[in-house]
Ligand binder design. Structure first.
Ligand code: GAL
Length: 854
């Protein structure tokens, strides 16, 4: 069914921009804002675009923000024509996100801009346009004046649209939908429709809303309800809100397993002529945040199995790509994730659409700081002037999405323990209430004191960043009766995929927090000499999942505290995916200090930081991810899967079994399983059956002596065989193999195929310690847009046709070419190895969900 949306149009403005990044030390060409500026020497790029991901990496730049050259000034220019027939319409430029401090010019005149780089913002162009002629847009960005604790990316990194409306139309995010009553028989939908009249006459408008079924393919189905039509008179240059109500019989709920949605279609008529049609998807769901019985979605208890994620898309940088984010969520869902915290800023609008569609709850976060800064030039500089508008816009963008279930008003803000903190949170909460009353507000608090000092009374759900030992203290505090809480940030376990260091530190169970000794023995070839608690040489972290910074904890400890405190609503693990920047513990700056309020701990960290400051630390991305930067699963993926998907039969052994230097040496074996018991066999000999004890989340055989061959675990659940895993010693590296997440992609110039490259022995077993360089060639209508391998220290470019594998794996990302269908063939070759190839098909209207990889 095609709805009449002809009055309003939204055209992508992503294609064909001229771009210049101002080299360090050069002055920005200020005349680039002029219409007649000669930009013919500039590059042409398509948006979304992140200029910094191109690199090069610079070891001297700070690791906290990724060692990439994002601190610069940049210019984007685009020339476009508008037909004379558009004259009389209102024309807007909608930028979903530009990093940062943007100024927008049209035909040489300043038209708008926005400091906060995560904001979607609208600029009205109507008055400055040449209708029937050429127009020049120029966008200036300045990230040199932007403070961040992680890699923020740089550029117009989200989608850009040109929106045309009648002078009488519905405003931006102009339909606010609420579902105040939901029963099996009927659901009530209220729609507050903001109508704007930009004509110089008063107008009488008639408004009516319909509700349609709305399938997962985002296509409207049949009409299920209709409002009465109402008529309003709007003064010239004025605006009014029309209140509409629709009853929907037998509403289907938005559930995590079956995320049903509806579509409201609001039509606006002036003298019986249709002037605007506004589509707004929404859903029916109820949210209850209880003090003693956790969180309930549609009346059913749901444990929040969440992950925090920064906005970068690994080797693709921050340039938003729908498929790249969807793939991230597919991998997270496979692990059992049901919630996302958009740390520490508002997401791209498509993130919310995808989470709506996939049944993932979203905690929308707003700011990483308030008035007190964390890093020079951060949002604190803008807070006073902009917080009201920014918060309001974030909420108006996100509030109709059924996936959105909580607002996080700040992350670890420094005001937490001060009276100013209370004053600000009260203010933010009162602003938030103007826009939404259906979801609670929280703040991610890393100061346990704030859970008992009065601050906690000003949020609806208390958010603990770490300190799970306080879950109990919080509940016992007499003023906290009736107050719900959630782990807004948990664990922070750090590891590198496929790296294991010996001896293995083994008192992680039950310890309140992790802790790692300083960097040491780097560059040493003797693995045994490397540090036990998880840090290793070459700036890697052990994948035995035993390392966590001082403020944090292992997953085991967090699970235990959640199990001991069943009133908790669940957790958001730091983090689902690795992200660019913040390579704790190998930060070479002072970022870590921010995580400690204790002066003694701060001093200790400062000494450590000073020590690190004297060496060239290569680390440029995080070790926190449960999967690496490429989306390859680290071991603890299976630890979370075992807990979050207990009915999924699964067993996962670690480490790999290729240790020629360890023959006869103790090499502990750990098993993550959704079973409750398991037996381990080494080369066919049983090492005994072990049962998980109370608060035990992994099984360990600590005395295994390494011999090459085969490790096999047989897991049991309730006494019955449940799952098994086998890890074999691989032979010599002999060949490459390739597999794609999707072998059919859409020829739209955005769609992606993520191809995993493996180094295997002759029999196809992954050779786990290989680092061969792989070269790619591509034929057909496709482009290699990124390569990666998940090594947090690699300074090889993400934009190349070759890449070393890291511990046996590498990734190559192929993008379709708009309008060009056909077969795309990618070949991978490495010296001394049999090469591999894979064929993709890029087409129009193809079924793009075909997969050949689990
Ligand atoms: C938290 C902070 C995050 C990240 C994390 C690392 O304190 O909110 O942004 O820095 O620590 O553990």
């Amino acid at each position: 069914m095609i709805l009449n949306t002809s009055v309003r149009s939204r055209i992508s403005l992503n294609g064909g921009w001229r771009f210049l990044v101002v080299p360090e030390g050069n002055t920005s060409p200020e005349s680039a804002c002029e219409a007649d500026f000669d930009d013919s020497g500039w590059r042409t790029v398509n948006l979304p675009h992140d200029w910094a991901i191109e690199g090069p990496f610079d070891i001297k730049l700070d690791g906290a923000t990724g060692k990439l050259p994002w601190r610069r000034q940049g210019w984007y220019r685009k020339t476009f024509t508008l037909p004379a027939t558009d004259s009389g319409k209102r024309i807007f430029l909608d930028i979903d996100g530009a990093m940062a401090n943007s100024t927008i010019y049209l035909n040489g005149k300043k038209a708008g801009g926005r400091p906060y780089g995560y904001m979607p913002f609208r600029t009205e162009l109507t008055e400055l346009l040449n209708f029937g002629g050429e127009n020049v847009l120029a966008v200036h960005l300045n990230t040199a004046k932007w403070g961040s604790r992680w890699y923020p990316g740089a550029g117009i990194y989200r989608n850009v649209w040109l929106v045309k409306t009648h002078p009488v139309s519905i405003g931006r995010w102009g339909v606010h939908i609420q579902t105040p009553e939901i029963s099996d028989r009927e659901g009530t939908v209220t729609l507050d429709v903001t109508l704007e009249n930009r004509s110089d006459e008063p107008v009488s408008v008639r408004v009516q809303s319909m509700v349609y079924e709305y399938g997962p393919d985002a296509q409207p189905g049949k009409v299920v309800g209709k409002s009465a039509s109402c008529t309003l008179s709007i003064p010239p240059e004025g605006s009014k809100v029309a209140a509409q109500k629709v009853a929907v019989p037998s509403p289907k709920r938005w559930e995590l397993t079956d995320p049903q949605r509806y579509l409201s279609v609001t039509e606006v008529f002036v003298q019986d002529r249709l002037v605007d049609t506004f589509l707004q998807p929404f859903g029916f769901r109820t949210l209850d945040f209880t003090a003693n019985e956790g969180f309930r979605l549609n009346g059913q208890r749901v444990a929040v199995q969440g992950v925090c994620m920064h906005h970068d898309l690994g080797p693709l940088g921050t340039a938003f790509n729908t498929r790249a984010f969807e793939r991230q969520m597919e991998i997270m869902k496979e692990m059992g994730v049901n919630a996302l915290r958009t740390s520490h800023n508002p997401p791209a609008p498509e993130v919310l659409e995808i989470c709506d569609r996939m049944g993932i709850l979203v905690q929308v976060e707003t700011f990483d700081c308030w008035r007190w800064s964390k890093t020079p030039n951060d949002y604190s500089a803008w807070f006073d002037e902009w917080h009201e508008r920014d918060l309001g816009d974030i909420m108006r963008m996100a509030r109709n999405h059924p996936s959105v279930f909580m607002w996080c008003l700040g992350n670890e803000v420094n005001e937490l323990e001060s009276p100013e903190g209370i004053e600000i949170v009260q203010r933010l909460k009162s602003i938030a209430r103007r826009y939404d009353t259906s979801c609670p507000v929280t703040v991610g608090s890393n100061r346990p004191q704030a859970s008992i000092n009065g601050f906690q009374k000003h949020v609806d759900v208390f958010g603990f960043n770490y300190f799970p030992a306080y879950y109990d203290v919080f509940q016992r505090h007499e003023e906290n009766r009736g107050r719900p809480f959630v782990g807004t940030e948990t664990a922070s376990c750090i590891s590198s995929r496929g790296e294991y260091f010996f001896p293995v530190f083994d008192d992680f169970r039950g310890r309140p927090s992790g802790g790692y000794p300083g960097r040491s023995a780097c560059g040493s070839d003797d693995v045994d000499e490397k540090i036990s608690r998880g840090t290793g040489g070459d700036f890697q972290m052990s994948s035995y999942d035993v390392g966590a910074p001082g403020w944090a904890a292992t997953p085991d400890y967090e699970f235990m505290m959640l199990d001991k405190n069943p009133a908790a609503h669940g957790e958001f693990v730091w983090t689902g995916f690795d992200y660019i920047g913040e390579p704790t513990p190998y930060n070479d700056d002072m970022t870590n200090l921010l995580n400690f309020s204790d002066p003694e701990k701060q001093a200790e960290m400062k000494a450590e930081m000073n020590r690190l400051g004297n060496v060239n630390v290569p680390s440029r991305s995080s070790y926190f991810g449960i999967v690496d930067l490429c989306g390859f699963r680290k071991d603890r993926f299976y630890m979370y899967q075992a807990r979050w998907r207990p009915e999924w039969p699964m067993a996962h052994l670690l480490p790999h079994w290729n240790w020629p230097e360890r023959v006869g040496k103790v090499t502990p074996v750990h098993l993550y399983t959704s079973g409750d018991e398991a037996e381990l066999f080494v080369n066919g000999t049983s090492l005994g059956r072990k049962k998980k004890g109370e608060f035990e989340y992994r099984l360990r055989w600590n005395d295994v002596c390494y011999q090459p061959g085969e490790l096999k675990a047989v897991a049991y659940k309730n006494g019955k065989k449940w799952a098994e895993d086998i890890v074999k010693t691989a032979g010599n590296a002999a060949r490459l193999s390739m597999s794609a997440d999707r072998v059919r992609i859409a020829a739209d110039g955005y769609d992606l195929s993520f191809i995993t490259v493996r180094v295997t022995d002759q029999d196809g077993t992954l050779v786990p310690r290989t680092h061969n360089t792989v070269k790619y060639t591509l034929e057909g209508p496709g482009e290699i847009v990124a390569v990666g391998n998940g090594n947090p220290n690699s300074h090889e470019s993400f934009q190349s046709t070759e890449r070393r594998v890291f511990n046996g794996l590498a990734l190559v990302v192929v993008r379709s070419v708009k309008g060009r269908c056909g077969t795309v063939r990618i070949r991978a070759a490495a010296q001394g190895l049999e090469c591999a190839a894979i064929t993709l098909r890029s087409g129009m209207g193809v079924e793009t969900s075909e997969k050949n990889e689990k």
